[in-house]
Design a protein around this ligand. Structure first.
Ligand code: FDA
Length: 411
């Protein structure tokens, strides 16, 4: 029966990187994935260009860009493998990249260059890959028994033994390219707690009367300030908003969706860089423009028209509007409150919030505290990043921490 120092389940971002790092450290590594194609999420990420990290991630405060029951858990790994470490690798491999927006780094040519870099590193490090291969059962030897083998896996390619088992099976997002709940099931098998999952970085749906005036605006986009939550839980993002056929999307919505709780309203400032109340008063003194035409100076025309169409007081020339009507218009534009009816679900979500409870893991190594030799890395863990390369950086950093620990344990 084949024997490995470590079997890694899931050949996505975290699994591939961990395999290469562990292999480079002299460990015998087997990487198993049930999907036909390797690293599908990297391939489709960042619009095909892979936003592989974020320059603005400060390792000392990195956890600020992450969600979970305890985002601080991420600090140890993020500070030991920083964005600069990954940038160095990308440069060493001759992959050209550029910064797009708020520190987000993308491959110039294709996300496939990042996949190729990871596969080459695995090949060079002697990593064996079984793919497609399904795991039927996992058995662990009783913790009290000593000896080289701790895990025995029954797979579609036969039985395999390993001293360590790393779970890198990701989250539930995009099931059609291979996402499963297998990692959570392994955690449950070994008695690890799970934080309830929900889709994150996901478009939001809207329905009903409140939404009716905006239902035909698909394609309209504009920069906004979006916020949700109250007091300590309040959070805001300055990003672009996009109207879609079923609701709202764009970076502003994806970011806020990870914080949004069902039933909560969102507050959107449609003109975050303008004092719209003052601008309307100024226009009243000097212009005879119809209000929708005036608003179209600052907003997309279709949105300006939709905004005014159901309120008679907002349809005449600006110089004939009452101060009260203009004040109400200004307030509606800077404090648009609307409550989503739901999300587009895992089919459209970029990430999964929740996952293996970090309380059950050691933050230095990602090893289960109560189960020697069992590790969880990447998105399967209850750590979820903001949009903008933070999720891949967590995948790289948690994989690196795990590989370091595997090396230390085998020394
Ligand atoms: P990942 O999902 O990458 O890999 C898990 C692997 O496990 C898969 O290969 C899967 O086939 C395998 N697996 C699952 N079940 C299994 C089973 N039962 N047996 C064997 N194998 C199994 N992030 C970012 O930082 N920048 C970006 O640009 C983007 N863009 C983006 C676009 C889209 C459309 C999506 C859906 C997601 C992103 N993300 C992103 C998020 C990012 O892709 C994600 O956080 C990482 O891929 C997570 O890496 P993991 O290795 O943890 O899981």
């Amino acid at each position: 029966m084949p024997y490995f120092d470590v079997v890694i389940v899931g050949a996505g971002a975290a699994g591939l990187f961990c395999a290469a790092q562990a292999g480079q450290r002299g460990l015998r590594v087997l990487l198993i994935d049930h999907a036909e194609r390797v690293a599908e999420k990297i391939r489709i990420s960042g619009g095909g260009r892979c936003n592989f990290t974020n320059r603005h991630l400060d390792p000392r405060t990195g956890h600020q860009h992450y969600l979970g029951q305890n985002p601080q858990f991420a600090r140890s790994a993020l500070s030991r493998f920083t964005p600069q470490h990954f940038i160095d690798l990308v440069e060493k491999n001759g992959i050209a990249f550029h910064e797009k927006h708020k520190g987000q780094l993308f491959a110039d040519r294709s996300a496939q260059d990042i996949v190729r870099m990871l596969l080459d590193a695995c090949a060079l490090a002697g990593v064996q890959r079984w793919q497609p291969c399904t795991i039927e059962t996992i058995e662990a030897e009783a913790a009290s028994r000593s000896g080289p083998s701790r895990y025995r896996l029954h797979t579609s390619q036969g039985l395999v033994q390993a001293h360590n088992l790393v779970v890198a099976t990701g989250g539930l997002s995009i099931p059609k390219i291979g996402a499963t709940d297998f990692g959570y099931r392994i955690a449950k098998q070994f008695g690890l707690p799970i934080v309830a999952q929900r889709p994150g970085l996901v478009p939001l749906r809207f329905a009903g009367e409140d939404w009716a005036p905006y239902a035909d605006l698909a394609g309209v986009a504009l920069p906004v300030r979006i916020s949700t939550g109250e007091k300590k839980a309040a959070i805001a993002f300055d990003e672009d908003l996009l109207f879609t056929h079923r609701g709202l999307s764009g970076p502003a919505i994806l970011q806020i969706s990870s914080y949004w709780q069902p039933g909560q309203p969102l507050t959107i400032d449609l003109l975050p860089h303008l004092d719209i109340a003052a601008a309307l008063q100024e226009a009243k003194a000097s212009s005879k423009k119809q209000l929708p035409n005036l608003l179209a100076q600052w907003l997309p025309t279709r949105l300006a028209e939709a905004w005014c169409q159901h309120t008679p007081a907002w349809q005449g020339p600006v110089n004939q509007c009452s101060d009260k009507a203009l004040a109400q218009l200004a307030h509606s534009l800077s404090h648009w409150q609307i409550t989503p009816s739901g999300t587009e679900g895992y089919a459209k979500a970029e990430v999964t919030l929740g996952g293996v409870d970090t309380q059950a893991l050691a933050q230095q190594s990602m090893q289960a505290k109560q189960q020697p030799g069992l590790f969880f890395i990447g998105e399967v863990v209850d750590i979820t990043g903001w949009l903008g390369g933070y999720n891949f950086q967590w995948a790289w950093a948690s994989a690196y921490a795990c590989a370091q620990a595997l090396q230390a344990a085998s020394a």
